[in-house]
Design a protein around this ligand. Structure first.
Ligand code: KG4
Ligand code: ZN
Length: 363
């Protein structure tokens, strides 16, 4: 079964063709990073306009790269939420039109469920990925979400823990902004940390007692206190009303600010909490697999830390550890097509009554 997936929930316009929820034939991603960079974050109105321009060429490129014609598509999958309402509408409308004109089922997909199903995908030219063994404990860490989700079988989810304030990706993005490292923050902090000492600053870790929940807002405030003494006050410039969105003016700091040590210490604090909480929950629930999902799953330090924590558990408690290839951690449409194939396999027939859900919990 060939599924064409379309994803426009945030700042990537993406389309992909996936066979049976597993084998990726094409995975095209047009990033809007340049569009938003000067604003220091995603501007919803610009994002929606960007998707309108990119979506048709991106879908065409996905079909071309997959080397299949429209007629060979068995279903169309589209992200229905969570995400930016205006951005979601673009993808949903294109998907609806395509499904209607080709007379194929339209499957609305939860973006977060898509991130989880990225763990079932095999990229073109790569050795076939074995499906993760159930039960799987997911650490879903993206720009808007941080959740521990227990999956006992396909499409059955139990929420174990979640963030009480900022998401892990948001913590990276806000931390990078405070350090003057730009957007998106995760890769910037990872890069800036290289050569830095993760023990240079003792930043707070919110353990929240025995709870499986997370909190990152205190960490962000602690970083703010550390960078404040290095900040160079900038003159106030009146806003130019001819520019529709205020340009982001990066903070300026004195050159002696220890950016690498601060970034490494900050990253270490985020990673330590994520890694220890996922391991504790995995042991408590007796899972066979820990799997990462979402943009922060691309973080090398997080992957290394969880790997070493699992090794420390010893062989009797050995838990498999999985994460998608880098390109499938951050937003893409292959994961949307993949999740849709499993939805179809488990009885979802799709339909035309597709609405967008800016907030859309996995159930
Ligand atoms: O899943 P995603 O692409 O979009 C959402 O659904 O939110 O995740 C984006 C988030 C951003 O906050 C970004 O800073 C973070 O993932 N991210 C990373 C890395 N690459 C992306 N965080 C830490 N380390 C990375 N290497
Ligand atoms: Zn995402």
């Amino acid at each position: 079964m060939n599924v064409l997936g379309i994803e426009t929930s945030c700042d990537e316009t993406a389309a992909a063709v996936v066979v049976n929820g597993k084998r990726v034939l094409s995975n095209v991603i047009a990033s809007q990073i340049e569009l938003h960079q000067s604003h220091g974050g995603v501007v919803p109105e610009l994002a929606a306009r960007g998707h309108i321009i990119a979506v048709v060429p991106v879908v065409e490129a996905a079909l071309r790269e997959a080397k299949i014609g429209r007629k060979s598509i068995d279903a169309i999958a589209v992200t229905a939420g969570p995400g930016l309402a205006g951005s979601l509408l673009v993808g949903v409308n294109v998907a609806k039109a395509l499904a209607y004109s080709l007379n194929k089922p339209l499957i609305p997909v939860n973006h977060l469920e898509g991130h989880l199903y990225a763990n079932w995908l095999t990229l073109p030219g790569k050795a076939t990925v074995e499906p993760p063994a159930f039960p799987v404990l997911f650490l879903l860490v993206s720009g808007g979400h941080t959740e521990l989700i227990l999956m006992t079988r396909h499409r059955e989810y139990q929420h174990i823990g979640r963030t009480l304030d900022d998401a892990a990706g948001e913590a990276f993005d806000k931390g990078a902004r405070l350090l003057g490292l730009g957007y998106p923050g995760g890769p910037a902090i990872q890069r800036a940390s290289e050569g830095g000492d993760p023990a240079a600053f003792d930043l707070p870790r919110a353990w929240l007692g025995e709870s499986d929940d997370f909190s990152f807002s205190g960490l962000k405030t602690a970083l703010l206190r550390l960078v404040e003494p290095y900040r160079i006050a900038q003159p106030k410039v009146p806003r130019d009303p001819s520019i529709p969105f205020a340009e982001h003016r990066p903070a300026h700091y004195r050159p002696e600010m220890p950016v690498a040590d601060l970034a490494a210490s900050y990253q270490a604090a985020v990673i330590e909490v994520l890694a220890r909480k996922v391991i504790t929950a995995a042991v408590k629930h007796g899972v066979k697999t820990i799997a990462l999902a979402g943009g922060v799953a691309a973080n090398a330090g997080l992957r290394e830390r969880i790997t070493s924590e699992i090794e420390r558990l010893g062989t009797s408690d050995r838990i498999a550890f999985r994460y998608p290839p880098l390109i499938l951690c951050t937003d893409n449409a292959a994961m949307i097509a993949g999740a849709a194939a499993f939805a179809i396999k488990h009885g979802d027939q799709g339909g035309w009554e597709v609405d967008v859900h800016p907030r859309y919990p996995i159930t």
